[in-house]
Each structure stands twice: as C-alpha cells, then as structure tokens.
Design a protein around this ligand. Structure first.
Ligand code: NAD
Length: 366
C-alpha cells in the first residue's frame, strides 16, 4: 500500500523551530516502525511572500489538497507589517482553510496534572481536564447575509448581521462531534441559544437527528450562557462540546485559558468526508509565530507535537501511536522538563530542541 502523504507548512518565526521537532519525531516513528509517512514541504505566510510575493501559491494549495493531512506551524511577524492587507501572511492561513473546505475546528482543552498550577482556576477543578470543543467554522453569523452598516432616512445608522444555519451545515458538524465522542467519552453537549434564536432551535433539532445514528453517545443541550458558566465551574463534566461559529470562538478561548499556557494547545480543522471517509485536515498549534522569542531556541514545541498526535489519531486512526506520543509528552513533563513559558520552581529548564530531545527519549523508552 502507498504511504500516506503529509504536507508540512512550517511558516514563520517559531513555526519553523517547533516544526523541526515534529519532523524529528516523525523520523523516529518511521525508524522504530511506529508509523511511516511520505513528507512534502511547502511555504506559507511570510516565508512564501519572501519567495513568491504572495502568502500562499496555487501550487501549494494543490499540494495540500493532494496530501492526506497538513501540519502547519504558524505565520506572521513584524517583517511583513507593511505589506498590503490582502497579501498579509495571515491571509495565507485564511485561504488554506477556505480552499480545503475546513468547516470543523477542534480545540482540545487538556490539562496535564503536572501543569495544573499554571491555570487561574483551582488545581482540583482543572487537573486531568480533557474537553474537546468542536466549533463550526465556515457558517453562522460571521458569514451570513445580509450584513452591513447603513444610514437610515432619519440619519441614524444601523449595523446588522445574520445568523443563518442550514440543515446540511448543522448535520455535518454534528457528525464530526459524534464521531469524536465515539473515540472518547461518548458524551456530546450541544451549545445553542434555542430559547431566543430560531436558527439555533433548528441547530438543536438537527443535533437530535444526528444523534439517532449514534445510539452509544449521550447527547445533552446547554444554552450558551449556562455553558460558559459550567466551563469555569466544573469543566470536567464535559467530553465533546459542539457549537456554532461565534459561540465556539468565545467558548474555545475560555476553555484554552483553563489550561494556562498557549505553548501547550494543539488544534485540528477538518473538512467534509468523501465517499471513502477521507477528510481534508489541517493540524496546527493555537499559538502564533511569537516574533519576540523566534530564533532563540525558546519556543515550547509541545503544542505542535500534540497537533501531530491529533493527526495520528484523527486522520490516520493510529490511536496507539497517538497515545504513545501523548504519553511521552506527559512523561517529559513528569520528569520535570519545562520550556520558559511553563517554567516552575525546581524544574529543569530546556529549550525547543531540549524539549524535543526529552519527548524522543520517553518515546524510545515507552
Ligand atoms: P503569539 O501566539 O505568537 O504570541 C503570544 C505570546 O505567547 C508571546 O509572548 C509569545 O512569545 C508566547 N508564545 C506563543 N507561543 C509560544 C510557544 N510555543 N512557546 C513559548 N511561548 C509562546 O501571538 P501574537 O504575539 O499576538 O502574534 C505574533 C504573530 O503571530 C502575529 O503576526 C500574528 O498575526 C501571528 N499569529 C499567527 C497565528 C497562526 O499562525 N495560527 C495565530 C496567532 C497569531
């Protein structure tokens, strides 16, 4: 069977440094017979602007679409502050998400027991937390028409947006959430505002329809205001949360802060499944290119490494390899290795490469 192909888009700043650690891990997995991929590499963001004058070329998009999964670092930096808006590094990221049809954004909020002190919430509230937030990414109020700002005949101005969801849009994001729940704790909480918004009455009804295909998964519904409250009161009650674009935007940042560190947060964005069940998928850390620490071996590579674990699990069904990699991250933290952003008294401070070394050491020992 042909090897699965993975496209690497390191991007800019620390994106390149954290990707280098992921490449070392993929090479180790190949040598150790854990998993084997055919790697391709392309440019995105400022790196692409410097070479081609645009943040993403048509060829790179075509390469990404031809691969089985894409791993991305981060884009942007002060060097490209003055380029026109439509050529900014971040436009490359928006384009790749759009061209790959990535409508589902997955953000796990995972708190390793060793790092629970970094959260602003009490240790017992967050230690061991493992929630997956599934956000609809290409519909809802951020894209609905009509939208705009108008001047009324009496001179007042009116600003308006439209919250619109169709049955297929709701069902496909619902299916992503239920499929994930089947691989996790078999619980889905759908978040809406069905007491006020008709489009989310439809959202709730359609989630019930999707649930019929997943009899093993328990579905519950929460209004978004209550969901926000529950996320900070008792986040461990949740397994998979699925919600609209705007509610997900807000709740996923709230959940991210439960974990306390940007350098630890992976993410995935998925497209529609084809007849064979294959989905376009892009995996990336939540953090940006961190120009303030770029090129100094200071970046925490764990968000990028955990994004690789998500790729193994969700694009390739390599759950054992993903478990092994997440276990090695946990072991490195338990042994006291810390980059500057998660440093604690008494821990061993390491750089980007040193953390890569530690994860590789525990991978080999697992
Ligand atoms: P940032 O995430 O790059 O950095 C915010 C802060 O967190 C900085 O102090 C940085 O040093 C620190 N940090 C981030 N990741 C870290 C890591 N892995 N290890 C240790 N410390 C880390 O956000 P920003 O400073 O607002 O943006 C910098 C650039 O990145 C901008 O050009 C922005 O547009 C871009 N950006 C890109 C993405 C992306 O590619 N997905 C996301 C956010 C920001």
């Amino acid at each position: 069977m042909a090897k699965k192909t993975v496209m690497l888009l390191p991007g800019d700043g620390i994106g390149q440094e954290v990707m280098a650690q992921v490449v070392r891990i993929i090479e180790w997995m190949d040598t150790a017979g854990v998993a084997s991929f055919d790697l391709r590499e392309g440019l995105i963001g400022g790196a692409s602007i410097d070479k081609f004058g645009v943040p993403l070329t048509d060829e790179t998009v075509a390469d990404c679409l031809a691969c089985d999964a894409v791993l991305m670092g981060a884009v942007g930096g002060p060097k490209w502050d003055d380029v026109p808006f439509d050529k900014k590094p971040e436009r490359g990221l928006l384009r790749i998400r759009k061209d790959m049809g990535l409508f589902a954004n997955l953000r796990p909020a995972l708190v390793f027991a060793e790092l629970a002190e970094a959260s602003t919430l009490k240790h017992e509230v967050v230690a061991g937390l493992d929630v997956m937030i599934v956000r609809e990414l290409t519909g809802g109020i951020y894209f609905g028409q009509p939208r705009g700002i108008e001047t009324l005949p009496n001179g007042d101005r009116k600003g308006y947006n439209t919250l619109v969801y169709t049955t297929p849009e709701i069902r496909r994001i619902g299916q992503v959430a239920f499929d994930l729940a089947m691989k996790r704790g078999k619980k889905v909480t759908s978040v809406d505002k069905a007491n006020v918004l008709e489009s989310t009455i439809l959202w709730r009804e359609e989630m019930e329809v999707v649930a019929k295909d997943y009899p093993e998964v328990a579905l519950s519904h929460l209004y978004v205001d209550n969901a926000a409250m529950q996320l900070v009161r008792n986040p461990k009650q949740f397994d998979v949360m699925v919600t609209t674009n705007m509610f997900g935007d807000i709740l996923s940042d709230c959940a991210a802060m439960l974990t306390g560190s940007l350098g630890m947060l992976p993410s995935a964005s998925l497209g529609a499944a084809d007849a064979n069940g294959k989905r376009n998928a892009l995996y990336e850390p939540v953090h940006g290119s961190a120009p303030d620490i770029a090129g100094q071996d200071l970046a925490n590579p764990l968000a990028m490494i955990l994004s690789l674990a998500m790729m193994l699990r969700y694009s390739f069904d390599l759950d054992a390899a993903a478990d092994k990699l997440e276990g090695a991250v946990k072991a490195a933290l338990a042994a006291g290795f810390r980059t500057g952003d998660i440093m604690q008294p008494g821990a061993t401070k390491v750089g980007t490469k040193g953390m890569g070394d530690a994860v590789l050491k525990y991978l080999a020992e697992a």
